[in-house]
Design a protein around this ligand. Sequence first.
Ligand code: NAD
Length: 271
Amino acid sequence: MDCKSNRDFISSPDAVCLKGKKALVSGAASGIGKAICWRLADAGSDLILVDINKGGLHRAQKEFHHFQNKIKSFAVDLSDKNNVDRLWKNIGDNAPDILINNCGIYPPKDYLEIEQAFYDRIFGVNLDAVFWMCQNFIRSREKQGGIIVNTSSIEAVLPFKDEMAHYSVSKSGVSALTRALAHDYGKKGFRVNGVIPGVVRTPGIDNQVKMAIRKMKFNLFNNGFQYKRRIALGRLGRPDEIAKVILFLCSDLASYVQGVMIPVDGGFLVS
Ligand SMILES: NC(=O)c1ccc[n+]([C@@H]2O[C@H](COP(=O)([O-])OP(=O)(O)OC[C@H]3O[C@@H](n4cnc5c(N)ncnc54)[C@H](O)[C@@H]3O)[C@@H](O)[C@H]2O)c1
C-alpha cells in the first residue's frame, strides 16, 4: 500500500515540526542543554529554560532571541525537591508539552573518599531532580499526556572512567526511572525515553580536563586516551549530535518509540 494513502500519514517536515508546543529543558545554560534548546526552537517549539546558573541562563535566552518563539527562563537549583515543586507552581497552568531532563554533574571522586554531602549533591542533581521533575510534569498533564526525554550516560552501561561510581549509579537510576515511567504511563498518553551520550565536548567536560591538569590526575588522561581509541567513529561527539536525537524523540517521527535509552556515542559501546 502506498503509505501516503494512509490517512495517518504525516509528511516528514510536519512530523518534526514542534510549532504550538512548549518544551522545558533543564541545564539549558550550557553544553548539551543549550544545543537541545537550539534544535527545539528551530523546530518551532516555545521554550522554558531552567538552570542553576542565572548569568548563563540570561546569555542563553539572548542567543535564542532571533527565534520568534516564546522563551521564559527560571534560575533554580533542581537538586532540592522544594525548589522543583516551587518551579512547577510558578509555571502554573501553562505546563509544557515536553520535558527534557538534561542537567547533570560529573565530578570524579574516589569511591572511598565520598562523604555524605558529595553523595547528596550528585544524587540530588542527577537523579532526584529527574524523579521530581517527572512527577510534577505527569501530574500537571494527567489529562493530556506528554513527552519526556531523560539524559543518562555511557558510564551507566559500561563504567570506563576512573572514580565515577557515584555518577554511574545516579545515571543508572535515570535509565531505570525512564523505563518504569514508560511502562506505567504509556497508556495515559506519555512517551518516555532517554539518551545515553558518549563523551561530548561541552563546558562541563572542558572544566573536567582543566581540573585533571591542575591536580595532575594522570589516570584520567589515560582514560581519555583509551576512550578515544575505542570510539568506532574515531572522534568525540558534538552537543548538537545529542540534540538531534532528542529532537527525533520529541517529534512525531518517534510516535511508537517508548521506554528506550538510545546510545549516541559514536559506537563506543559496541567497540
Ligand atoms: N558531556 C558529556 O560528555 C556527557 C556524557 C554523558 C552524559 N552527559 C550528561 O549530559 C548532561 C549535560 O552535560 P553537559 O556536558 O552539557 O554539562 P554542562 O556542565 O556543560 O552543563 C550542565 C548544565 O546543568 C546546570 N546545572 C548543574 N547543576 C544544576 C542544578 N542543581 N540545578 C539546575 N541546573 C544545574 C549547569 O549550570 C549547566 O548549565 C548531563 O546530565 C551529563 O551528565 C554528558
